[in-house]
Design a protein around this ligand. Structure first.
Ligand SMILES: Nc1ncnc2c1ncn2[C@@H]1O[C@H](COP(=O)(O)OP(=O)(O)OP(=O)(O)O)[C@@H](O)[C@H]1O
Ligand SMILES: O=P(O)(O)OC[C@H]1O[C@H](OP(=O)(O)OP(=O)(O)O)[C@H](O)[C@@H]1O
Ligand SMILES: [Mg+2]
Length: 302
């Protein structure tokens, strides 16, 4: 067998274990990739497509894609942007393309100070020490704000730095704010908002790989659209049809079906682009609707 003539398998890097790993894997699985992750291996083969999944620390993913070791990567924008800024400073290459902004990994990079501190704006950080895992993003923000502060680069446990006397403030990822609260800190400035993204390396030219990517992208959009959408079914009295349809979010073209043996009631089926809130369900019920079902949608293609 002539191995050199074998087309290369597409390599996708994703986080092995952490905040992005389950959703990255679920996304790929929902796109039809059969991934065998039973073994704790670095590389997992996709059984039904010429794709390999590399499972690594998230910090390594931007570099693996920028250096062309992997073709695609799923990564938080915060880590991607930090790596890009670092590479710019080092005069290193930092080329990539964002193929899709994903619907998970939402968080913000924020500056926080001790709860009892009298914070009066970003200027009050002048001359202070700020601990962070994101020195380049923080450095860029402080420069834009014209503030001189000392940045202490920590790889973890940033939130304990003020109490440990290592810093006056921190700059760390926040989602619910529970970590800050548990450590006696308050969020005072949001400096960056992040989501997970799918990135592609530059200079990817192999036709078979490009056609695989062109197949994956609409599937990813379809999965994300399905996550946002719901299939709603209900029974409605005919004389309240208009009022009921008005209450259904995104129900431009509902399907109206007759019910056997009852001319006064119809079934309404609708794909809604939004969640149906309990309040709306209660209003529907008050208008005489019954048997209201809200179902998740697995896949969508238009
Ligand atoms: N609280 C959060 N809520 C939502 N997304 C988050 C949250 N914290 C982090 N993220 C996103 O998930 C990414 C990975 O976070 P995680 O905490 O798993 O990283 P890590 O500890 O550096 O993992 P690794 O061991 O792979 O280096 C972050 O870079 C960010 O994009
Ligand atoms: O605002 P919250 O909802 O509390 O989330 C914020 C925390 O989440 C992340 O850490 P994670 O829990 O992933 O653990 P890690 O510090 O080990 O990465 C992040 O580094 C914060 O510490
Ligand atoms: Mg990491």
């Amino acid at each position: 067998m002539n191995l050199a003539a074998e087309p290369k398998r597409l390599r996708i890097a994703m986080q092995k274990s952490g905040r992005l790993s389950i959703e990255s894997q679920d996304l790929l699985t929902s796109c039809g990739l059969k991934i065998n992750l039973r073994e704790q291996r670095l590389i997992a083969h996709v059984e039904n497509m010429p794709i390999d999944i590399l499972r690594v620390r998230d910090d390594d993913i931007p570099g693996l894609v920028m250096d062309g070791v992997c073709d695609l990567g799923i990564i938080g924008e915060n880590v991607l942007e930090e790596e890009s800024l670092q590479r710019k400073l080092d005069d290193d290459s930092f080329d990539y393309t964002i193929l899709a902004r994903l619907d998970f990994g939402s968080c913000r990079l924020s500056i926080a100070v001790q709860q009892e501190e009298n914070y009066s704006g970003v200027a009050s950080l002048e001359g202070k020490t700020i601990a962070t895992t994101y020195p380049r993003l923080l450095g860029r923000y402080l420069k834009q704000q014209g503030v001189n502060a000392r940045i202490v680069n920590l790889k973890g446990s940033v939130e304990v730095a003020p109490r440990a006397g290592l810093a006056d403030a921190i700059c760390d990822l926040v989602s619910t704010g529970a970590t800050l609260e548990a450590n006696g800190l308050k969020e005072v400035e949001v400096i960056y908002r992040s989501k997970a993204v799918l990135i592609q390396r530059k200079n990817l030219t192999e036709p078979r790989q490009l056609s695989l990517i062109n197949k994956l992208i609409p599937r990813i959009s379809g999965v994300m659209r399905a996550h946002e959408s719901k299939y709603i079914m209900l029974h409605a009295p005919r004389n309240q049809l208009d009022a009921i349809i008005d209450l259904l979010p995104g129900a431009e073209n509902p399907t109206i079906l007759p019910l056997a043996g009852n001319d006064n009631v119809v079934a309404i089926h609708v794909v809604s682009s939004e969640t149906l809130f309990w309040e709306t369900m209660e209003q529907l019920k008050a208008l005489g609707a019954s048997s209201i079902l809200v179902l998740p949608i697995e896949k969508m293609m238009e």
